[in-house]
Design a protein around this ligand. Structure first.
Ligand SMILES: [Zn+2]
Length: 309
């Protein structure tokens, strides 16, 4: 429960909260259609509704030539492999996709694709479209695309979903449209992000923790630090219970255990606070925690057409 929802519950001052949400919606950028929200919160674990199915999609793999970028002070010059993972959720008749992965144009290209060519190269063995087809879906069937953050390996295929509503933290969207900072690497990532994001027709800019379907089954929650508007996802399933999808709040299990922050993150203190937030949520919801880029972990999880329910 966040502070605003706590205040609302205690005082019953829901009219004020609605007024604030409408005022915030009025300030949104002109691009796309903004969706006003009456409030947002983390679900009560005892009352949360359920999503029906959760599918893992192979959205690429990468090879980086210096692990120490993710583990400052250790593993200098050692190469490391990462997974890139997208997740597809079914809720009633609605489909929500979490991240869109490495661009399909990289499919089977032996040279691969890169966001920062001196550091990391991505490969795509299977396209999103082909993996959707395994369960009879097409990209147009996806009503919502939620993005953890705007690095290219997470938003590489936004162009496949022109009809979907894009759910992104307002802080993230504003950040990529702000001026350059001191880090060339980060400026380069922001420029690529603007290109890959394009101008979504239906854009839902979120301010913190957000209950997507209004029943506590799928919650996007703010985990800033890797980028200014990074978010993670909490999903509730009947048989599997609560599962947290990391986004890039952390890349490796060991980093999570030891609060180690990658050098490319935009805010170290916020990154640690976000990892601590996730740890508390894992305890509150007795949740499983799936780490997007941890290849060793991802390789052991079910892959579409298999699913969690
Ligand atoms: Zn990433």
């Amino acid at each position: 429960m966040n502070w605003i929802s706590l205040v609302r519950t205690v005082t019953g001052a829901s009219i004020i909260v609605v007024a604030v949400a409408v005022a915030a919606a009025a300030q949104q950028p002109q691009q796309g259609v903004a969706v006003a929200r009456a409030g947002s919160k983390l679900p009560d674990p005892a009352k949360a509704g359920f999503a029906d199915k959760l599918f893992r999609i192979d959205c690429g793999r990468s090879l980086a030539n210096d692990e120490s970028v993710w583990t400052p002070g250790a593993n200098v010059g050692r190469s490391i492999q990462f997974s890139s993972t997208c997740w597809l959720m079914k809720h009633g008749n609605d489909w929500l996709l979490w991240d869109t992965g490495v661009p399909e144009s990289a499919h089977n290209d032996p040279k691969g694709w890169s966001t920062l060519p001196k550091l990391i190269v991505y490969h795509l063995d299977k396209t999103l479209t082909d993996q959707f087809a395994e369960i009879g879906l097409k990209p147009d069937d996806i009503g919502r695309v939620a993005v953890s953050h705007t690095h290219g390996d997470h938003i590489g295929n936004m162009a496949l979903f022109p009809r979907a509503t894009v759910l992104i933290q307002r802080a993230e969207y504003n950040w990529i449209h702000s001026g350059n900072g001191p880090s060339d690497n980060i400026n380069q990532l922001m420029a690529l992000a603007r290109k890959l994001m394009g101008t979504p027709k239906k854009l839902d800019l979120l301010d913190g923790d957000t209950d997507v379907f209004g029943d506590g089954s799928v919650t996007l929650f703010a985990t800033p630090g890797h980028t200014p508007g990074s978010q993670s996802l909490l999903v509730h399933l009947k048989n599997s219970g609560f599962i947290i999808l990391s986004g890039d709040v952390v890349h490796l299990e060991e980093n999570f255990e030891k609060d180690i922050v990658p050098a490319l993150n935009t805010d170290k203190a916020a990154s640690i606070a976000s990892m601590e937030k996730v740890k508390k949520m894992i305890a509150t919801y007795k949740a499983s925690f799936f780490i997007n880029h941890d290849k060793e972990q991802a390789d052991k999880l079910k892959l579409i057409p298999a699913f969690y329910d």
